[in-house]
Design a protein around this ligand. Structure first.
Ligand code: UDP
Length: 326
């Protein structure tokens, strides 16, 4: 297939592109490079620098590239920023997404795999979280992703859009080639690495008084390669699926303290931790039930173990001490 991957210069987009190319697909890699990195774009993909708010640019792109499907990962995605600047999120993730849908439909492209998030659920009432759990986002990021999932359903009614939403829990890990690198970094595992490497003296642990076994937040870490594989499975079956949403997680939660301990073990290094206040917008526990994707798409994580996930991330970090920085 010929596929447009939006957000292809981002962490997950780079790995999705890598696996799609390995499967023999032809990829148009679209990114505005606001958060992504040019060097994270696979060399065999055709790179197009474009912002999803450029509706005319999107129309021109779809007119020149005759594609079979879109994998849509481009987004504003930092929870705390979304609390301070919700408009940024609604413009990028909703308006930008609508521009993308309009260009697709105008050019007869009716297959969409969408990168959604556990943040659509908010503070869950049941753990592990099934897909049909109540959705009450506690930040504008989750709200924007949920809104776009719902918008796509109307494009199905009007235009027979086939759409699969993959609700990622916490992506982690790396391939040999591509890994996690943000500037500034906000995600737990790369920040613990920075502390382990002495690039920062200490790291802050946001909240130790949550209603969890050790008082720190619990998350479900899923290897980025397993996430990428889910996109491929979804693309294979999207014509039969119509419209579907799937959680992508391992089904087991690790607390922030357990993650820090696992990094200490894998790296053999010291990590200095200071207790800090809770980070606004954080749910206490997010653990997925991924029964649906296992049963319906035959997805099975290849790297379910936290230590393995951290080992792959650590290997990439050591091979790329400056990440994607020029
Ligand atoms: N976290 C932390 N210190 C940091 C960064 C993150 O304690 O410097 C915590 C954060 O509050 C959350 C967990 O680590 O409880 C995972 O955060 P991350 O930003 O990696 O992912 P999220 O779950 O927000 O998608």
């Amino acid at each position: 297939m010929k596929i447009i991957v939006t957000g292809a210069a981002g962490y997950i987009g780079s790995v999705v592109t890598e696996l799609l190319i390995a499967e023999g697909h032809s990829i148009v890699a679209l990114d505005n490079l606001a958060h992504g990195h040019r060097t994270a774009v696979h060399p065999d993909a055709k790179f197009v620098e474009l912002d999803l708010l450029d509706a005319e640019g999107l129309m021109r792109l779809f007119a020149t590239e005759s594609v079979d499907a879109v994998v849509h990962l481009a987004a504003e995605a930092l929870v705390d920023v979304s609390l301070r600047d919700p408009g940024l999120f609604f413009r990028a993730n909703i308006s930008g997404g609508i521009n993308l849908l309009e260009a697709m439909i105008h050019h007869g492209v009716k297959r969409m795999v969408f990168s959604s998030t556990a943040a659509v659920y908010g503070q869950p009432r049941e753990i592990p979280i099934p897909e049909d759990a109540q959705k009450n986002p506690v930040n504008a990021y989750g709200e924007s992703k949920l809104a776009f999932e719902r918008i796509m359903a109307w494009y199905r009614i009007a235009y027979d859009l086939h759409h699969v939403s993959l609700r990622y829990f916490n992506a982690a890990g790396a391939t040999e080639r591509f890994g996690e690198f943000h500037q500034p970094e906000t995600h737990l595992i790369p920040i613990v690495f920075e502390a382990a490497l002495g690039e920062r003296d200490t790291m802050k642990l946001f909240g130790s008084d949550w209603d969890t076994p050790d008082g720190t937040c619990v998350r479900d870490y899923v290897h980025v390669v397993d996430i990428a594989r889910a996109h491929i499975l979804a693309l294979h079956q999207i014509d039969d699926l119509g419209a579907r949403a799937y959680n992508l997680g391992n089904g087991s939660g690790y607390s922030n303290l357990q993650v820090i301990e696992a990094v200490r073990k894998v790296t053999g290094r010291q990590v200095n931790v200071i207790q800090a206040d809770r980070r606004p917008g954080d749910p206490a526990t997010l653990v997925a039930s991924s029964d649906r994707i296992r049963q319906e798409l035959g997805w099975k994580p290849e790297f379910p173990e936290l230590d393995t996930i951290i080992e792959t991330a650590w290997r990439w970090r050591q091979a790329h001490p400056h990440g994607y920085a020029e």
